[in-house]
Design a protein around this ligand. Sequence first.
Ligand code: GLY
Length: 594
Amino acid sequence: MPFRSSLLASSLALALLSLTACGHPPSNPAAAAPAVEQSSAAQAASAAYDFDMDVFHPVVAENGMVASEQELASRIGLEILKSGGNAVDAAVAMGFALAVALPNAGNIGGGGFMLLHDARSGKDVALDFREVAPSQASRGMYLDAQGKLIDGKSLYTHYAVGVPGTVAGMEHALRKWGSLPLSRVIAPAIALADKGYPVSETLAKTLQQEKQSMGRWPATQAIFWKNGEPLKRGDLLVQKDLAQSMRLISEQGAKAFYEGAIAQKIAAEMAPYKGAITLADLKSYKVIERQPVRGSYRGYEVATMPPPSSGGAHLIQILNMMERWPMNQWGVNSAQSVHYMAESMKLAYADRAEYLGDPDFVQVPLKGLVSKPYADQLAAGIDGNKARAAQSIKPGKPQAYESDQTTHYSVVDKAGNAVAVTYTLNTNFGTGIVAKGTGIVLNNEMDDFSAKPGVANAYGLVGGEANAVAAGKRPLSSMTPTLVLKDGKPVLVTGSPGGARIITTVLQTVSNVIDFGMNPAEAAATPRFHHQWTPDELRLEKGFSQDTINLLKARGHHVAVKPAMGRTQTIEIRDGKLYGASDPRNPDGQTLGY
Ligand code: GLY
């Protein structure tokens, strides 16, 4: 099996040729020449790397590596590793740093998931610090008296906020698997918030896009606006209140956020809105340690996020279907490969809408979904020559809208600990509401529930009963932090933002490495595709050849070329070395090693 072999040359060359043949350069010039920082040890390690064979090159290192969507956060993670911290120390430091440096998705006012491999015990853990619906939440809370969805209520109001889990999750991870005190790992984030940093082009664009939702709130404007306008590229973003909130967390731990001064301020922000988060809701927030959902693919083990994420279940479900097909003979992004994978994606996403929700509230048939016999059954129904109409698979319960403004980061240390974190505010800057006096941007994760099961929501889409709103329930997610292991040790650490497209992005990353022998930089640079059952659309990034598109159309696919999908942060561990890459789709991302 490839996982780096000469097969790569032909398959990747095909993908790249199709880019140039169409006259399209890679979506970001950084893809061709990623700016990386390497220590001399890392440069020595590069010498063993096959530069002649590979088209895109990962960062190479020996001792430790971090990959995130923001260089400032990656530098902080690297510094923690270099100064003797382990992967969990670095991951927690980066979690807080991204709340400062990537304020549209990094957060302490949101929630997420951490997949970690503890080298000492050999165990893998799935840490669930997803937001929770407040105690007064109810299934009709986003509907008017006529039972119609109230436009924007689940997105841009105080009722859209789920009880945040990030601070509890970070503290829990550090206490159980870290080696440094919270005050040490949070210090760089505090310093960054206090001192400020120049706004990047990417962040400036995001602020401009969110002008309307953020501009409604004076406390938000006070931080992110200058002279009546969102900050522009090069403006200094200083976050004094956030620094002070983090200082309280540094001194008092997560208690400051859930019971102390920060909790009081969040509760005061919510108080005028009856039914929104209360002090008691904050106090009762709990992190949950879950067993990762596990599968296997061509001799590798996959450990990934179980419900309340749908990501892990469907990643494994699709891999189980793919395992029977000679993907490496078919080639990366050939019409044949794309057809079979898209048909598998449709089947998995149809199941997602039907079965997935918070396992503490609904029975998710997880074992069945990830079983090989179930994949046999599903794959048997796939026609190699003809795309099945989405309607014929299972009509009536398409999945809910999901934003793609999440973020993922990966860390590996020299002891072999590996951490994959995907966390989020949901949409960019969540609700856009900053709890006054805290500097903390509040999530709108409640929108990940089906606001009205069985009926089209504000986006014209319909959600499943299993994901209906209920007090204390966690909304369904697609976040898929993932470890691929061989003989119990991680060989690949990956994940991505991308809403519903996270699952297929992670799927293609795993397949690109295992089936096509790509390194993480090549796996990220390869054009992606996505099918989520409904709408019945095979979504492609630019870069597929017209021949391929014609062949897919001839098989009945409804092809649409749309904006780029996913922004992976991937680290491969091979022969004692680390190979990492930040997705070229985000120019601010940075992988660093030493
Ligand atoms: N809010 C995006 C997700 O959880 O999948």
